[in-house]
Design a protein around this ligand. Structure first.
Ligand SMILES: C[S@@+](CC[C@H](N)C(=O)[O-])C[C@H]1O[C@@H](n2cnc3c(N)ncnc32)[C@H](O)[C@@H]1O
Length: 291
């Protein structure tokens, strides 16, 4: 009993010191976590910023844009007036890609699409794009080929409001899809206005693959896949494969991008089964020519 009063005297300060210690531990842990998070964010920001600031044409590259730089190559397509006109029409489509007010530099990608379209224009069959948004690639094609003069239709499949976020079958994480969707907006009216001068271009609004059968398409000469998700791209390729005429070109916009590995895996598996090679371009695009 004589010790009882002492215990009472010391118990409270000891409890106080212990709880302070725990509190400090939690706070230090939280601060460490925040510092790690902020430095990761800063590293990402400065890498992105550096990439944007770096202009390799200042150190001899004769093209630099879209994660691609070349030296000592013939890039005369860049100054071909017909290309310049098509490119201008395309990039001024009202899209939300890149930094606001800065013209996106995807000339090489557009040039590949124009090559594919020229090949396809000589064949029997229609043109199809799955993943259109405001229509950069397809507008370039319509302008470059003078699409009104061709005996062809151009089917443009898109939700015109981004990647569906409720598809549980997508392997891509919902967070990744939300990130990608930051570039998309309800662009149906914008796209409709953009393609108005080319009445043979038909917007098909809704989700791929559900919309693919909603229009009668027998033969396809050009198929562009650009939906930024593997499943609908694979479904579209599978759907149109038997309709592709011999020599038809399939252009896969995201094929070789580091951020699109699921799309590449799906296309590669399809190509192996179909016994057809995929040409991988440094632009990140992939090309299949149907035999
Ligand atoms: C990268 S953008 C297309 C860019 C376009 N090719 C261009 O040249 O401007 C991807 C588009 O795919 C569409 N998309 C994604 N998943 C889709 C799906 N399952 N069905 C229809 N459209 C889809 C999005 O709405 C978005 O507009």
């Amino acid at each position: 009993m004589p010790h009882e009063p002492n215990r009472l005297i010391f118990a409270q300060p000891i409890r106080y010191v212990r709880s302070m210690k725990n509190h400090i531990k939690t706070t230090v842990g939280y601060l460490r976590h925040m510092v790690a998070l902020l430095s990761a964010k800063f590293a990402r920001f400065s890498a992105h910023h550096k990439q944007n600031l770096l202009d390799l044409t200042q150190v001899g590259a004769n093209y630099h844009g879209d994660g691609l730089a070349v030296w000592t190559k013939n890039v005369d397509f860049l100054s071909d007036p017909k290309f310049v006109q098509a490119y201008e029409r395309a990039v001024n489509s009202g899209h939300h890609f890149g930094q606001q007010g800065v013209k996106i530099k995807i000339e090489w990608r557009v040039n590949t699409a124009l090559w594919a379209a020229q090949q396809a224009a000589r064949l029997d069959g229609d043109f199809v794009e799955c993943g259109v948004n405001t229509g950069i690639l397809s507008l370039a094609i319509c302008s470059f080929l003078d699409f009104n003069s061709l005996d062809k239709r151009f089917f443009l499949f898109d939700t015109y409001s981004g990647i569906p976020e409720d598809r549980t079958e997508y392997a891509e994480s919902p967070e990744n899809i939300r990130q990608k969707n930051k570039y998309y907006f309800d662009c149906y009216e914008v796209a409709k206005g953009n393609f108005a001068p080319w009445p043979k271009a038909q917007l098909v609004r809704g989700r791929v693959p559900e919309t693919l059968d909603s229009v009668a398409i027998d033969k396809v000469a050009y198929l562009s896949l650009d939906m930024n998700v593997a499943e609908p791209e694979l479904a579209a390729l599978t759907h149109f494969w038997p309709k592709l005429v011999s020599g038809a070109v399939v252009l896969i916009d995201d094929y070789g991008w580091k951020t699109c590995e699921q799309q590449k895996a799906a296309i590669d598996a399809f190509a192996r089964k179909a016994n057809t090679p995929v040409l991988f371009l440094p632009t990140g695009q992939g090309i299949i020519v149907k035999r």
